[in-house]
Design a protein around this ligand. Structure first.
Ligand code: MN
Ligand code: MN
Length: 471
């Protein structure tokens, strides 16, 4: 055929018009590869150490104070402030060169993860064993939690008002807890059930002891033995458990995964991957143009409800306090203006294509491990219902920030249409009129006790968040 472009011309054209989607490992040099692995050493320790929202708050404040952030309630003049709310939410702020009403750069993530909460009246005995009842929190596959070592993390408020934090089951010398599972030999009727019916929420009870107190004439002596232990060790009574928040989480540290150590396996990466990377980004943010705000929420896994979730308005008060501390009049109008003019990344994870379940994804629009931070324009279910759908204009702005700063990024969609779906905090912040988009690493085995991330994606997420604050 005549007038056809040469293969050289076609290559030239392809370089211009085709979307590039490089694998991070193919494009980073050895220096950056080293940075990826170094960064993830700290990330892995963080995951091993921080397993609840309360522990995340403690970690964030410790880091923030080391990096010169000051408690806003202290009345000390500063250009870096933090606020803790109910020990379960945190906000960090860095002053920008532009006035606050020009809008802030905000990144928000959530510190809570799916788990089992101890019930308020947990302790009982059955067949000469002591057990405690739990109530699962967030979306779990119940069978993931059976027959595996669990650790207890949380706090109890004692009768005298004393607040006692406890972690049992993480040290090598600690005991652990466990939900026993039915042996396969006797699971015939269970095996015939639908998966959604085979595991009963009221059967997620942990074993906590088996030595009784006193002789067989004593009523409930197995339960009594545990109550005595709690009293002897912690001065705790059965009623004290009513004012406790104990969470059962997978025991043990996060681990490097694979012969090449390129992946990380560990509990709670949804969404502490974004907690860690956004915290790192704001700690290192100095003299930004816009005010930088980093929000860490609780309760995302149950719909962002309650006074510590993203539906709570506690951070509005923090912003007002910050404005006042800067000598800006903090009227309702100024606060609205600042929020309206802000742009925000909702830092949350997305699902990477599962190698053995590829059919639940639409592969042209699903995220893959190793291809960088995943930008999710919309979430929701069935026709984008319940989603905050970011605008083309904002997507354009984020794309150019990432491209200008050499960030590897990809787009993602949570599963095939009508396969399921999910939401994030994005829609609750979008009510202020600010631009907002979901943005974080992709995971495998999301919401399992051992979630999997790519070290390259974790590092790219951190780089992307930092670029966003400084752009
Ligand atoms: Mn999440
Ligand atoms: Mn989640």
């Amino acid at each position: 055929m005549k007038n056809q472009p040469s293969s050289k011309d076609i290559d030239k054209l392809k370089a211009i018009v085709e979307k590039k989607q490089p694998l991070i490992w193919d494009v980073i040099d050895s220096k950056e590869k080293k940075q990826v692995f170094e960064f993830c050493e700290e990330y892995r320790s963080f995951l091993s150490e921080v397993k609840t929202e309360r522990e995340a708050v403690d970690y964030i404040i410790m880091q923030a104070e080391q990096h010169g952030f000051v408690n806003i309630d202290s009345s000390i003049p500063s250009e870096r402030y933090y606020k803790i709310y109910k020990n379960k939410s945190v906000a960090l702020w860095v002053k920008g060169s532009e006035p606050s009403d020009k809008g802030m750069r905000i990144i928000g993530s959530h510190m809570d993860s799916p788990r089992l909460d101890l019930k308020q009246n947990p302790l009982y005995e059955e067949v000469d064993l002591s057990l405690m009842k739990t109530h699962y929190y967030g979306g779990i596959k119940k069978y993931h939690w059976l027959a595996r070592p669990l650790a207890l993390h949380g706090v109890v408020i004692l009768k005298n008002g004393l607040r006692l934090p406890l972690v049992i089951g993480e040290k090598d010398t600690d005991p652990v807890f466990c939900i026993s599972d039915l042996l396969p030999h006797l699971a015939k009727s269970q095996a015939g059930k639908k998966l959604s019916e085979a595991f009963d929420g009221e059967k997620l009870n942990i074993l906590v002891g088996s030595i009784p107190l006193g002789d067989s004439k004593i009523k409930e002596r197995f339960k009594l033995a545990i109550l005595k232990h709690l009293h002897d060790q912690y001065d705790m009574t059965e009623e004290d458990l009513v004012s406790s928040e104990f969470e059962l989480v997978p025991s043990g540290p996060a681990r490097d995964l694979g012969f090449d150590r390129s992946l990380i396996g560990g509990y709670g990466q949804d969404d502490r991957a974004c907690v860690f990377t956004s915290l790192k980004a704001i700690l290192e943010t100095k003299n930004p143009v816009r005010d930088s705000l980093c929000l860490f929420f609780d309760k995302e896994e149950i719909g962002s409800e309650g006074n510590t979730g993203a539906k709570s308005k506690f951070f509005e008060d923090f912003i007002s306090d910050v404005m006042e501390a800067q000598g800006t009049p903090s009227s309702e109008r100024m606060l609205r203006k600042s929020l309206l003019n802000s742009s925000m990344l909702s830092g949350d994870v997305n699902a990477g294509i599962e190698p053995d379940y590829q059919d639940v994804h639409e592969k042209r629009n699903a995220a893959k491990l190793g291809y960088g931070i995943c930008v999710t324009k919309f979430t929701g279910t069935g026709g984008k219902s319940g989603s905050s759908d970011a605008s083309a204009e904002f997507m354009g702005m984020i794309r150019s920030i990432f491209n200008d700063n050499n960030i590897q990024w990809q787009t993602g969609e949570l599963g095939k249409i009508d396969q399921g779906g999910g939401g994030t905090i994005a829609k609750f912040l979008a009510v202020y009129g600010m631009d907002i988009i979901d943005c974080g690493p992709a995971l495998l085995s999301m919401h399992s006790p051992f979630e999997i991330s790519s070290k390259a994606d974790i590092y790219m997420t951190y780089k992307a968040y930092k670029a966003f604050y400084l752009a």
